[in-house]
Design a binder for this molecule. Structure first.
Ligand SMILES: *[C@@H]1O[C@H](CO)[C@@H](O)[C@H](O)[C@H]1NC(C)=O
Length: 321
């Protein structure tokens, strides 16, 4: 071997060694899941902005938490023009409960007889329209006149409608929906009518931290999570990149969830807090610089990479940033 080739070989060997060391160090430092706690509660919201169905176990699918064939945020209530409504403008929506009964879902509200809707209404193309959730237009199957009359009567607004994200409708891929801080979803991160991510994950210790600063305590219901975790320290979720529940189900954290006036709705009374708590207090210590205008953060939006069954009590592991 001449000098030039020995140098080349040496350089190659050193480069490979560096790569391997780097890779091992990286793996050691970053690619390690740490056990942080357990799942303490699972909640599915079949109808956007109405009450949750609490469950001990559910199937975590790409489109959201699925319970007995009913998936998170697959129904929504809209104005006559298809624009979605929520507890932001109709806090009384907090009083609409949803139950899953056999092949139906049932909506109940104070002073109303129950409204029963089929879980899987047949997809009739002539009843498909478009609804709008923020800036995104999404297809919806019209749920019929009885549902329209029921929600209009309870909420006291004429011409409301209900839509269902029926299988077979055009999928909504959130990877093309930018946030003020950029694109945070990957192609294949689907959603029906959630604001953004298919999952909202919160941490019990973060709620305790917030409650220590409040005169009137709030509950996790104010924050509408799908998955609640206990056992980790307050706001640990800010540092998470990935979340694994049990051995097989993997979530990818998309971004912090920026909160709005919906968190101020008293879940039992269906009215906003006159002092705008807990939002006002959250704003004091949970801003999202440089996007403070977007509201303070509580919980994280997440997408699923490996779907599967999860249950309350499952161990939770995270990969940190
Ligand atoms: C679909 O909806 C239209 C309009 O309401 C109705 O006339 C038609 O019978 C429906 N088709 C089926 C197969 O149910």
């Amino acid at each position: 071997m001449d000098d030039a080739s020995s140098v080349a070989v040496a350089v190659a060997v050193i480069s490979i060694a560096k790569l391997m060391i780097g890779w091992l160090m990286y793996g050691h430092k970053h690619r390690k899941y740490q056990h942080v706690g357990t799942v303490s509660s699972l909640r599915c919201y079949p109808v956007k902005s109405c009450q949750a169905v609490h469950t001990q176990q559910a199937r975590a699918t790409v489109l959201g938490l699925n319970l007995d064939g009913v998936t998170d945020r697959h129904w929504l209530i809209t104005k006559y023009n298809g624009d979605f409504i929520s507890q932001r403008q109709c806090p009384e929506m907090a009083l609409i409960s949803v139950s899953i009964l056999g092949n139906d879902i049932q909506l109940d509200a104070p002073g109303m007889t129950s409204l029963t809707l089929p879980k899987n209404p047949p997809l009739n193309k002539s009843k498909v329209g478009r609804v709008r959730v923020w800036e995104t237009r999404i297809e919806a199957l019209h749920c019929g006149q009885e549902a329209s009359d029921w929600v209009s009567k309870f909420l006291g607004i004429e011409g409301l409608q209900m839509g269902f994200f029926a299988p077979g409708l055009k999928v909504r891929d959130t990877s093309n929906e930018p946030k003020p801080w950029g694109f945070v979803a990957l192609p294949g991160d689907l959603s029906a009518y959630s604001d953004f991510g298919a999952y909202l994950v919160t941490n019990e210790a973060s709620l305790e931290d917030l409650n220590e600063r409040l005169e009137k305590k709030v509950t996790m219901t104010n924050f509408r999570p799908n998955i609640v975790i206990k056992g980790c320290k307050a706001f640990d979720e800010d540092n998470w990149l990935e979340i694994r529940i049990g051995d097989k189900v993997y979530f990818r954290v998309q971004d912090p969830c920026t909160r709005c006036s919906l968190t101020t709705v008293d879940p039992e009374k269906g009215v906003k807090d006159p002092k705008m708590e807990p939002l006002a207090t959250l704003k004091k210590f949970r801003g999202y610089p440089p996007y403070e205008v977007e509201g303070p953060c509580f919980g994280v939006n997440a997408a699923i990479d490996y779907p599967g069954n999860i249950q309350v009590g499952d161990p939770v592991y995270v990969l940190r940033k």
